[in-house]
Design a protein around this ligand. Sequence first.
Ligand code: FAD
Length: 396
Amino acid sequence: MQEFDVIVIGAGPAGLMAAKKLAEGKARVLCIDKKQEIGVPKRCGEGLSIKWMERVGLKPDPSWCLQEIDGVGLYSPSMKSLEIKFNRLSGYVIERRVFEKDLAKITASKGALIRTKCHAHSFERKDGQVIVTCIEQGFEVKYSAPLIIAADGTESLAARKLGLNTKITLDDIDSGYQYEMTNISFENPSYINLFFGTEIAPRGYVWIFPKSKTGANVGIGIGGKEEKTAKEYLDKFIQNHPGLKNGSIIEVNAGTIPVGDFLDEMTADNLMVIGDAAHQVNPIHGGGIGIAMEAALIAAEVALEAIEKRDFSQKLLSKYNGIWYKTRGNSLKKILKQRHMLEALDDKYFETLAESITGDDVMLIAEGKLAASAKMVIKKLVRHPKLVSVMLKYLK
Ligand SMILES: Cc1cc2nc3c(=O)[nH]c(=O)nc-3n(C[C@H](O)[C@H](O)[C@H](O)COP(=O)(O)OP(=O)(O)OC[C@H]3O[C@@H](n4cnc5c(N)ncnc54)[C@H](O)[C@@H]3O)c2cc1C
């Protein structure tokens, strides 16, 4: 049985980034993934902002940064549009398959060992170690380490098997469905477009994330409790959209997005949980690549301390919990509150919002700036008392 300092379960953005940092710190690290190819299937709209790349020390690379983005078009249920033009390049639609493979190559070059088609299915604590049993390319293998980092996505098995409560209700999940389409047309390839409305995407939105002038990820996220499927809503939207309805579909992706609250406790003895496995995504738009990589860096820093002190107790590892909540969790909690506010609005109020507010106002709401949003609401929407009362209830 091969022994490591850390075994990272899952080679998505969270797992790879954690493994990279651990290897840079000279830890003996194994990162495994049940997929046979890193980054495939992508299950992602592939939007990544520059702000996130800067935070986690990534340089945009032309091999995976496909389309520059410098604005957002927001569409109300009746297709009134609100344009937000950023003063500078704000991000990219990336080719995630290439991005993740690149990250894997860098991680391996730092000394981490990566294994694909390696499905971890059981975890046993024994004498201060965790023995992980996997099916690797059809054969059972066992690996052991005193520390497991669970980066195995929304349906995380590792965290649950090692004793954390990772339960998530349908209320806290969005169901995502997406086509990568080609031979389609849209106004501006440097804009991402988002479409709202209860008939279009209940509790969510449809997105068009351009990857070129004629190709885009066209996807939808809806509340997990809806009777109709996300695919049904998406197909209907595409049929009603003149620029999309004759397009071709070259890839289909589906997945769940944990848009509810994050795990309160993300550590146990011998265990840290990061990324989607800890439900660390932006509760309003569901983006999680950047958040997952940032959490990975924080967790890896604490893990290196644990390795140095040979202390893998929950007490030491929970430093990660505290640092993450301070760095990101608490501000995401505010955004979660804003999401609950938006959910209380029906289509009529969205129309009112589309008529009354500007792109800058939308940014205040999206960034969870509660006090500034409240001021804006009072100033601009004072003629719509019901809307004001809904918003203030949540902004308080
Ligand atoms: C439809 C959709 C669109 C999205 N669009 C965007 C977007 O545009 N921008 C954005 O920032 N975010 C987006 N997200 C969210 C984003 O994809 C996730 O937040 C991000 O992938 C989280 O990274 P992660 O490494 O935590 O998890 P994942 O990327 O899910 O990686 C987890 C890995 O663990 C592996 N694994 C699971 N179980 C095991 C096991 N037992 N053994 C071994 N390996 C295992 C999986 O194969 C997987 O590779 C979207 C999500 C969906 C579903």
